[in-house]
Design a binder for this molecule. Structure first.
Ligand code: FAD
Length: 412
């Protein structure tokens, strides 16, 4: 009989681990508490699944032990993940470095993972509830479930985080890891919308525009990002908001005040913006100020910025003093809002925090505390920025854990 590998959690990293462990000749069982595996994969990349990204560097990941993610990714990187997917039969599409399945269907990725699991005769137990904390029985692991007792020579915890719990990742994996003595850094929502104070947001709801977002706490800039920002009735969303959101989560959890500063003309400096407005005023003195920014910024946004600058919409541009353009430039370049909260785990794409990586070996993802126990994916204290980095993390950590749990060894 081959080595028996049990995997709790049939998400991205759990399925990758199962495939790799089975390829080493192990007998693999996935215990999944949902009615099917891989639910989260279906919602990735707006249903298109951004599998990975060709431009991957240290700054793409956050972890309390900053070198840990790259140590893992050096063992199993983007090229290895692409080979893995080619082996499954996925033809990929490269969109400026962002990698998708050629069909642009997340379901295709899940289908091919499931077909390979079936081909390798991996046993999948869906609707499986873990009744007691898993424990050691001699050198083996005992997992008591509603299906009965399951024994394994190696155990992989691939239960994900607390983000998007509707897909199955309800945070129960943290307790499983803690029961083996692992430290857990409080998980918080990341890649998530920010809720802001201010009555203007109702009026701004629905505006999408290019902007730079800076998060500031006291005098310190926590993070910056640029791209298409979405203004909503409660605050800000869109990719640049997501990219900085983890810093807001952490600061707010520490009870620090956080402000978001939006720059709606990031291509121009403050001085250039002021000059641009002054010249525009000379060019179009016949306009009412309410129409002054038509063609420059979204109409709803212009109305709010003019109001905040104290410029009445009915006033003629010709009658507007130069100092008003300076105030308007200030508002355009640094529209400020107090961040009161992030949206909840339900809306978050990932979590920051998780199992402390000091307790895990980066080359194999094996626990430093419990030999034969492996931890993968988002369960760990690693979060990537938007752009395929979180799935890459799931593939890298899952594949390595599967190989080593299955008794193999990985050489590029
Ligand atoms: C809307 C959305 C879009 C995203 N888009 C992208 C994208 O395009 N690109 C990208 O790189 N990343 C994306 N992500 C993030 C990415 O999907 C995750 O980082 C990745 O799926 C994490 O993999 P995982 O295996 O760690 O966890 P998950 O995929 O969450 O899998 C965990 C599995 O464990 C199961 N489980 C949990 N607890 C238990 C238990 N106690 N017993 C049994 N089973 C359990 C869960 O049901 C689940 O099936 C997106 C996330 C969301 C929510």
């Amino acid at each position: 009989m081959g080595r028996q590998v049990i995997i709790i959690g049939g998400g991205a990293s759990g399925m990758a681990a199962a495939i790799m462990a089975a390829r080493q000749g192990a007998e693999v069982t996935i215990l999944e508490h949902m009615d099917r595996v891989g639910k989260k994969i279906l919602s990735t990349g707006n249903g298109k699944c951004n599998l990975t990204n060709l431009f991957l560097e240290k700054d793409c990941y956050h972890c309390s032990q900053p070198g840990f993610p790259m140590d893992v990714l050096e063992c199993f990187g983007v090229k290895d993940a692409l080979d893995f997917f080619e082996g499954l039969g996925i033809v990929t599409k490269n969109k400026n470095g962002y990698i998708y399945p050629n069909s642009e269907q997340a379901s295709a990725v899940l289908d091919l993972l499931r077909l390979e699991l079936s081909h390798l005769q991996v046993k999948i137990m869906t609707g499986c509830q873990i009744l007691k904390q898993p424990c050691r029985k001699g050198r083996r692991f005992l997992i008591q479930s509603n299906y009965g007792d399951v024994l394994g020579d190696a155990l992989i915890l691939a239960t994900g985080s607390k983000a998007a719990p509707v897909t199955g990742s309800d945070g129960s994996g943290y307790c499983l890891a803690e029961s083996f003595g692992h430290r857990v850094i409080t998980p918080l929502p990341a890649l998530v919308q920010l809720r802001c104070a201010g009555k203007h947001f109702k009026q701004l709801s629905g505006v999408r525009c290019e902007a730079a977002v800076a998060l500031v706490s006291g005098k310190k800039t926590l993070a910056r990002s640029m791209g298409e920002v979405q203004l909503t009735d409660y605050g800000i969303s869109g990719i640049p908001t997501f990219q900085v959101s983890r810093f807001a989560s952490v600061a707010l959890a520490r009870k620090q005040a956080v402000r978001a500063i939006l720059d709606f003309l990031p291509a121009k400096s403050k001085m250039e913006t002021e000059r641009f407005l002054t010249e525009r005023a000379m060019q179009m003195p016949y306009l009412k100020t309410g129409d002054f920014l038509v063609g420059v910024l979204h109409k709803k946004l212009s109305a709010v910025l003019l109001k905040l600058s104290g410029i009445p919409a009915e006033q003629m541009v010709a009658k507007t003093p130069k100092s008003a353009w300076s105030r308007l430039a200030d508002q355009i370049k640094s529209f400020e809002a107090e961040v009161t909260a992030t949206n909840s785990f339900e809306q978050a794409q990932v979590c920051c925090g998780g199992v402390d990586t000091r307790d895990v070996m980066p080359e194999t993802l094996e626990s430093r505390l419990v030999p034969g126990l492996y931890l993968t994916g988002e369960l760990l204290d690693v979060d990537g920025i938007c752009g395929g980095y979180n799935l890459q993390w799931a593939w890298s950590s899952g594949c390595l854990a599967g190989i080593y749990a299955g008794g193999g060894c990985f050489v590029h």
